[in-house]
Design a protein around this ligand. Structure first.
Ligand code: RB5
Length: 150
């Protein structure tokens, strides 16, 4: 059963124009949203927001995380530096589903410069409504083992 309720949300300056729309979409879909993002217009550093969302997942303050920067790539790299957290970028509906089914992603990373508002919201919807497939557990365990070794 899907029990996702609490979301951690983080954005950088590239997302200022759409961040409230994405957030309102999530709230109107019935989720609780903790907003760690940036709402100003000047340039900021995406790792500052990625780490806050990753930490919220790590301490189980949030069930899932959403990060948006220009491409989703920088946020993804930064969030994955927090051991125990899996963040993944996606570029369409299919990969938004697969990052959960196959990769057990805790956080989805999206690009405000590479996707429309509608696409971003739809990918988040797919991400939140998809379940991990247990047949991929062994691979995820191996990833967690790598984290402990290096
Ligand atoms: C900011 O210009 C941009 O580099 C950032 O939003 C992100 O796309 C990095 O990966």
């Amino acid at each position: 059963m899907n029990k996702i309720k609490r979301l951690a949300f983080g954005t950088d300056h590239t997302t200022t124009k759409i961040r409230d729309k994405v957030k309102n979409y999530l709230l109107s879909s019935g989720y609780e949203v903790e907003d760690f993002g940036y709402s100003g217009n000047s340039s900021c550093d995406y790792p500052d927001f990625a780490i806050e969302v990753a930490k919220a997942i790590l301490i189980k303050r949030a069930d899932k995380g959403i990060l948006i920067c220009g491409t989703g790539i920088g946020m993804c790299i930064a969030a994955n530096k927090v051991k125990g957290v899996i963040a993944a970028t996606c570029w369409d509906e299919n990969t938004a589903r697969l990052v959960v089914q196959h990769n057990a992603a805790d956080i989805i990373c999206l690009g405000s410069r590479t996707a429309s508002l509608d696409d971003i919201c739809y990918r988040i919807k797919i991400f939140l409504e998809t379940q991990f497939e247990k047949r991929h557990s062994q691979r995820i365990e191996k990833i967690k083992k790598i984290e402990k070794q290096y």
